[in-house]
Design a protein around this ligand. Sequence first.
Ligand code: SF4
Length: 232
Amino acid sequence: MKLCGLQKTTLLDFPGRVAATIFTGGCNFRCPFCHNSDLLGAETQEEYRPEEILAFLRKRSRILEGVCITGGEPTLQPDLESFICQIRELGLAVKLDTNGYRPEVLKMLCEKGLLDFVAMDIKAGPDNYGRVAGVPGIDMEKINKSIRFLLNGNVAYEFRTTAVKGLHTKEDFRQIGPWIKGCGNYYLQNFSESGQVLVPETFSSFTKEELLEFAELVRPYVGQTALRGIDY
Ligand code: SF4
């Protein structure tokens, strides 16, 4: 495991649970708006050994209820399964954040009962996906497989999109709705510029009104659509 960061406590990352968040290094996407750009490349510095993280979690296992594993893209880690097993042995629930580009890993972890919750990014409408994910020639069937698996599976999940002015238009959300039809929970979050953005000073955020318009385009197809991190 390439473990590059640890947030010791969060009430936001794992719905309904007090959690710690672990950041893994490396990603198979290059979303130009990525705000974890320091975690993307092969040269990313490892900050923690797995034993250190597990020792921390063991010490905090009475206070914590879960662990969120995020990235980067965690499904790229070859020993993710055994790492999750060790976390579960501490009695902690596990949430995985993923871009959905390794459907076979997602499926395997779910089928082995190792995940309590999955949050999958829907980067854009299918026509705009490669551009927003920074992957020319993206294989959309991989994304489709992950979406279908979560829609038809029995692990709790959410889909979410970070809306970025300069990358997304209404057309993305017109396409996303029917694509994820039947999804229980879909969240829209706004882009915000930070010192870590992969392509800095290029993109901006939408207004709340624009986001609400996007949400309305998706709403007819999903159980619940909400803006995240924005006051209504
Ligand atoms: S935002 Fe994109 S590039 Fe950044 S970690 Fe997530 S999937 Fe990878």
